[in-house]
Design a protein around this ligand. Structure first.
Ligand SMILES: O=C1O[C@H](COP(=O)(O)O)[C@@H](O)[C@H](O)[C@H]1O
Length: 240
C-alpha cells in the first residue's frame, strides 16, 4: 500500500499513530512488541514524535523490545551510528528498559557481529514465530534498504537472518538484516521523503524487477502489511 502526504511531518504523524496501534495490538495478542528501527534521515521526525506527549504515554515501553535493521561498523558514539541517532532522538527520552534494546556491533569484525546478532535474535524469538511486529525501513537514493546495497552479495542471501553489507560509495562495512528475514515481519513501514527519492521510487515501485540494481524491490511481506509512507515530492513520479 502507498500512502502519500503533503509533507514528511504529516507522513510521520500518520506513521507514529500506526506505530502506537501496532505496539498496543501486539502486546494484547502476544504480550510484547518487537520492533526493528532504521537509521538514515527518514525516521527522524517519527522518532521525535514518539518521544513527545501524548504518544509517549500511549506506548507500553516496558513491553517493547527494540532491534535495528542495519548498522554502520563505527563506534557507538560516532555520528553515523544508527543506534546512537535513535537513542538521541527517542530511546533516551522514553521509559524503555535499557535491557530491552539490542544494538548491532560490527566494529571489530562485521562478519562475527552479524553472526552474534543472529544468535541474539534466535534467542529472543526462541518461543515464538520469528517475525517482527514492525520493521521500519528507509530507501536510499540508490535504491538500497537497510544495508542491502546495489550489486552486493547479501542481495542473494536466502538462509541467514543477518549478514554483512557493504557501501561501496563510502567504502564502509555494515551489518544488516537480510531480505528473507525482513519479509517475515507482520508490518513493514518504508519511509521516503523529498524529491531526491522520486526517480528511484518510480523504478522500485513501478519498474521491472531488478533487485540487484534496486534492493528495495526485495522487500515484500510474506504474511503482513507493507506500507510506503511518502511525501508529495517523493511520490511525484508514481501513480497514486
Ligand atoms: O545508510 C542507510 O540508509 C538508509 C536510507 O537512509 P535515508 O537517509 O535515505 O532515509 C537507511 O534506511 C539505513 O538505515 C541507513 O543505514
Amino acid at each position: 500500500m502507498i500512502k502519500v502526504y503533503n509533507s514528511q511531518q504529516e507522513a510521520s504523524e500518520a506513521m507514529a499513530e500506526e506505530f502506537k496501534n501496532i505496539a498496543n495490538q501486539s502486546i494484547k495478542e502476544r504480550g510484547r512488541f518487537n520492533v526493528s528501527l532504521t537509521g538514515g534521515s527518514s525516521p527522524k521526525v517519527l522518532y521525535k514524535l514518539l518521544a513527545e506527549k501524548p504518544l509517549v504515554d500511549q506506548i507500553p515501553w516496558d513491553k517493547t523490545f527494540v532491534f535495528w535493521g542495519d548498522e554502520r561498523c563505527v563506534p557507538f558514539d560516532h555520528e553515523d551510528n544508527n543506534a546512537k541517532m535513535a537513542f538521541d532522538l527517542l530511546l533516551d527520552k522514553v521509559p524503555l528498559p535499557k535491557d530491552n534494546t539490542f544494538r548491532m556491533d560490527g566494529r571489530s569484525n562485521p562478519s562475527e557481529g552479524a553472526q552474534e546478532y543472529e544468535r541474539i535474535l534466535k534467542q529472543h524469538f526462541k518461543n515464538e514465530d520469528p517475525a517482527f511486529d514492525l520493521i521500519l525501513l528507509g530507501m536510499g537514493g540508490d535504491g538500497h534498504t537497510a544495508s542491502i546495497f546495489p550489486g552486493t552479495e547479501v542481495i542473494n542471501e536466502k538462509d541467514k537472518w543477518v549478514d554483512t553489507g557493504y557501501n561501496a560509495e563510502l567504502k564502509s562495512d555494515r551489518i544488516t538484516l537480510t531480505a528473507p528475514f525482513i519479509n517475515k515481519a507482520r508490518n513493514i513501514f518504508f519511509g521516503a521523503f523529498g524529491e531526491g527519492k522520486a526517480e528511484t521510487l518510480k523504478s522500485v515501485i513501478e519498474g521491472d524487477y531488478r533487485p540487484s540494481e534496486y534492493p528495495s524491490q526485495l522487500i515484500n511481506t510474506e504474511q503482513g502489511n507493507l506500507v510506503w509512507y511518502l511525501d508529495e515530492p517523493a511520490a511525484k513520479q508514481i501513480k497514486h
